[in-house]
Design a protein around this ligand. Structure first.
Ligand code: SF4
Length: 93
C-alpha cells in the first residue's frame, strides 16, 4: 500500500489539459510567472480547500491575479454574452 502524501504538493489527480496524472505541486506553479494554473480552483476544490490553501501561501496580489482570471462556468459566460447583446440592441434602437 502506498504511503499517504506528506504535503498538498504530493496529491495527484488527472490533468484535463495534459491527459495524465499531475501532482498539485505542478498545478501550483504551472501558470504565468510561476503562479498556479488558472484551472487550479476547478481541478482541486473536491480534493481539499484549495482556495484557503492558496490564500495562505500566495501574496494577496498573486492570489487575486489567479482568482480573477479563472475560467468562468459556461452558463455564466453564456448569460453575460446574452446580456451584452441585449445592451447593444437597446443602444441601436
Ligand atoms: S490545475 Fe491546471 S495543470 Fe493542474 S490538473 Fe488542472 S488543468 Fe492540469
Amino acid at each position: 500500500m502506498a504511503a499517504p502524501p506528506r504535503s498538498k504538493d504530493e496529491l495527484v489527480r488527472r490533468c484535463p489539459r495534459l491527459g495524465s496524472p499531475v501532482p498539485f505541486g505542478y498545478c501550483r506553479k504551472s501558470g504565468d510567472r510561476g503562479l498556479p494554473c488558472l484551472m487550479v480552483f476547478d481541478c482541486w476544490w473536491e480534493v481539499f480547500d484549495v482556495v484557503a490553501h492558496l490564500r495562505g501561501i500566495l501574496v494577496p496580489e498573486d492570489f487575486g491575479a489567479v482568482y480573477e482570471k479563472r475560467p468562468k462556468p459556461k452558463m455564466t459566460s453564456l448569460l453575460e454574452i446574452i446580456e451584452q447583446a441585449k445592451k447593444r440592441t437597446q443602444k441601436d434602437e
